[in-house]
Ligand binder design. Sequence first.
Ligand SMILES: O=C(O)CCC(=O)C(=O)O
Length: 271
Amino acid sequence: MPKKLTAAQVQQYRDDGFTGPVPVLTPEEVARFRAGLEDFERRDGKHLTFPERSKSHLLFDWADAIVHHPAVLDAVEDLIGPDILCYHLTMHIKEPDTDAVIIWHQDDDYFHLSPAEHVTAWVALSDASEAAGCMRMVPGVYREGALPHIEDPQPNHLIRRGKGIYGRFGEGDGVLVPVPAGSMSLHHTHTPHCSGPNRSGDRRIGVGVSYIPAHVKPMTQPVNSALLVRGQDRFGYYHREERLAAASESAAARAAHEQAYKLYMAATIDR
Ligand SMILES: O=C(O)CCC(=O)C(=O)O
């Protein structure tokens, strides 16, 4: 009996490689978490960018609350079991009426983890409609495993390195996966996905959280750090991150975030 997902959603994930939308946050939580993000941006004088866009849960209490949210973790547990590490987090924000896109790719090509059981929970802090540039995903193709990617950085590509699958999928391929504010989608690491520009009047704010079962191994060196968010880690494959303990942006949080970000940049692929 799944904890959060319906049996049909679990089946859709097994068949298609993704499911959603799954409601996870209350409207009050959405407003509070978005206010936390935008309060930081106001004080910082600019839109969130790297390094704070990456592993934000080690720095900000609102992001920490999302990666530990029981509704999010219950759904993730339904897919990958009870021993869960948060391997990474990237804030995917598209400003209103801008050209930023994400080209067709599989997450595995950035992360290189084995076995391929990594799942991305994409939590919406604003409406990710078709007009706002929600994701498109191709059902069933995840079963083919890793597809060839080419590196081709482009200025309007939200993921800096711009590694993508070229020549196989076009603009209208796959199915749209709109996610209303407070809900999330879940996709498998081999699911090809992309997203178009935000033509809506609001920011499109997505929190992409990468979860893995503790038995999933890193296939690249040096090894990244990861945060145990539920259950036990009997394997110890990753440097251990500590949960944000003090207030957002404290000196200790900044130091822990800086260390984890540096390791991530050295260990894996720019995202
Ligand atoms: O935010 C998007 O449009 C795509 C995000 C993405 O590629 C991911 O979460 O894996």
